[in-house]
Design a protein around this ligand. Structure first.
Ligand code: ZN
Length: 324
């Protein structure tokens, strides 16, 4: 643990250096190159399409730019330029505490990689992050918010940390009913969520491909479910990989708020439309939350700068003496 570990979490962070990924787009089937660069403090996450006219390619990763779409999260700017499948990268950035970044792309979609956030997370961890000279801000939920879409619903409730609970129910016996609750602190995202892959159903593949979707989909970047059977030879990464992937999607979609949300999202049968509807509802219910710096929130909650579980007593004593 570094000496400024306590301060680290209350300051904004960006990448120490740029990271380049090359991969296929899940829906377009195109080969894509993506470079994630450090971003300015207070800028949040922006996408920049390098393959469109100069000055027209910048798209803020924000809720007000979301285009209705169920199979992936798509954002669009005022020039009609879009980027699809942003959610797994956004989950990795939020899960690794990266507040600010510019994501350059040479096509219309974030590469799907292995269908999870793990390839993004491992590279972010390899290059590392740096603290910036600006306090991290948060939306602190103080009154419950709810959205409903048929039999799907989501409630965002007051909490002292960021927490996501998802419940899903599928007729396919390979999935069935699954529930998972994750407190997004410390290593929980990396350990419990980041490796969970997206999934699809054998009976839908032909229909989606005929609509020009999932053209890049394969057993290398998705779990394929056929009735009660997992088609992938390697099987699942977690017993309940499906609900964990839904938690991952929720985290990525919630990050479209632009800052961390301190609260507990309970989502029943969530999809991208439901998740992004939650974020829209947050901004429509301005009296339901406070916008404040994370260190202000820590003081309000009486937790100051005490980091979790110091690894030895001398560090603990340093922290108690105010040197942390
Ligand atoms: Zn997903």
């Amino acid at each position: 643990m570094s000496n400024n570990a306590g301060k680290h979490n209350v300051m904004q962070k960006t990448l120490r250096q740029a990271i380049t990924y090359v991969g296929v787009g899940l829906h377009s089937g195109r080969k894509l190159s993506m470079t994630v660069r450090p971003g300015e403090a207070d800028s949040g996450v922006y996408f920049l399409r390098k393959d469109v006219a100069a000055g027209e390619g910048l798209i803020a990763a924000r809720w007000y730019n979301v285009v209705p779409s169920e199979l992936s999260t798509v954002i669009r700017n005022e020039h009609g330029v879009t980027v699809a499948t942003v959610e797994h990268l956004l989950a990795a950035l939020r899960g690794c505490g990266v507040d600010n970044a510019v994501v350059e792309l040479d096509g219309p979609e974030v590469p799907i990689m292995d269908g999870s956030s793990e390839p993004f997370v491992s590279m972010i961890e390899r290059v590392g992050t740096v603290s910036q000279d600006a306090p991290r801000k948060a939306i602190w939920i103080q009154k419950p918010l709810a959205v409903r879409d048929g039999d799907k619903f989501a409630i965002l409730m007051p909490d002292t940390i960021s927490r996501i609970t998802v419940a899903i129910e599928f007729d396919h016996q390979a999935i069935g009913a699954q529930t998972m609750s994750v407190a997004l602190v410390n290593e929980a995202f990396r350990r419990d969520v980041a490796r969970a892959r997206t999934f699809g159903f054998a009976e839908q593949v032909e229909n989606l491909k005929s609509q020009g979707l999932i053209l890049g989909g394969s057993l290398r970047n998705a779990v394929l479910v056929d009735g009660d059977r997992i088609v992938n030879e390697e099987g699942l990464r977690y017993d309940n990989e499906f609900v964990r992937h839904k938690v991952l999607d929720c985290l990525g979609d919630l990050s479209l708020a632009g800052v961390q949300i301190i609260g507990h999202l309970y989502a029943y049968k969530p999809g991208h439309q439901l998740n992004t509807a939650v974020v829209k509802e947050v901004f429509e219910q301005r009296d339901a939350w406070s916008y404040l710096a994370v260190d202000e929130l820590d003081m309000l909650l009486g937790r100051g700068e005490i980091p979790a579980a110091p690894s030895d007593s001398s560090e603990a004593n340093d922290l108690l003496a105010g040197k942390g």
